[in-house]
Design a binder for this molecule. Sequence first.
Ligand code: C5P
Length: 397
Amino acid sequence: MLKNKHIILGITGGIAAYKSAMLLRLLVKAGAEVQVVMTPSAKEFITPVTLSALSGKPVVSEFFSANTGEWHSHVDLGLWADAMVIAPATACTLAKMATGVADNMLVTTYLSAKAPVFVAPAMDLDMMAHPTTTRNLQTLQRDGVAIIEAEAGELASHLVGKGRMAEPETIVAALESYFAKSEQWAGKDVLITAGPTYERIDPVRFIGNFSTGKMGYALAEEAAKRGANVMLVSGPVSLKAKHPNITVVSVESAREMHDACVQAWPAADLAIMCAAVADYAPAEYHHKKIKREGHEVPVIELVKNPDIAAALGQSKREDQVLVGFALETDNEQANALDKMRRKGLDFIALNSLKDADAGFGVDTNRVTLFAADGTSTELPFGTKAEVASSILNHINL
Ligand code: C5P
């Protein structure tokens, strides 16, 4: 997986920097081409000589070469890399990355990097547990940085707790699994629906629901991050898609969402129906605002909306994968399984409505994934981005 991959290994000033030499050796042994970028303080912990010998390339640490005045281009490095891994990542470097303090070669390279970035934090347990570090890690995670969690154990201070850098083998495994995933997803066409639909009653009123689109947008970002081309058919939401591989098709009603999906489906490898589609729409649209004065209480006749997931299920080819979502208040599992069969889905993700930290509007989710082959998996509780990643991990394209 790592053969001929271009990897920037960022090393910062922490005791765990001695383990970076082992990490570098493992990466080189796996066939990767590694460029080491060190912060000035990292050199207090491990010498550039060791690292350049192991990588076969001069280590970059300063903006300019002191001898020749040659500029080390962080922009070129950022474009060259297939992945960047910062190990160890000290509290200081994490803070600089989170806030864009680009006062050294490593942070400028991070800001220029187009490839995915991994950090393996390492610090003393109190620094690790400090709210500032937690906040910075959360910011980085939101910015798309993958965190390779620190491990618990004895630290350089002889205190025992969380703060040891993940072992070099664990870091290599994280990179390998990323490249394996991106090989599977690269260039695949993924169709995702998200958000609510609005069904117009008159020029100022509609039938809608509380969906905010967060789960669908998280799925779109995750699929795009893995290299897929994503078409995100979105109902009215206040979110913006960030990844350049996401094309947003903004729709309002279920009918519009249906038409956009039916058109895109034949070219898609995978569709994930995450939108909360209104089941019914007003039979008639009032072109003028319905007035209260002097009128009886209006009766709004409803007609059934098309079932988008079921329409795609009916025309699904062998080589396509179709995933739906279910939100149930009773007989959750039986209803979800029935829905999967009726709509011709390969998977259904059952959202829990029982927990305050799952479902509409919140940033976290609790999901059980049922597959048409009869298996089911309770996915780990986490942010919608983490849940999106777990869902995609179960899909083979
Ligand atoms: O039938 P129910 O609305 O509970 O099914 C939920 C699943 O079906 C979700 O994946 C949702 O996006 C999809 N759906 C759809 N079109 C509809 C209704 C639901 O695609 N009209």
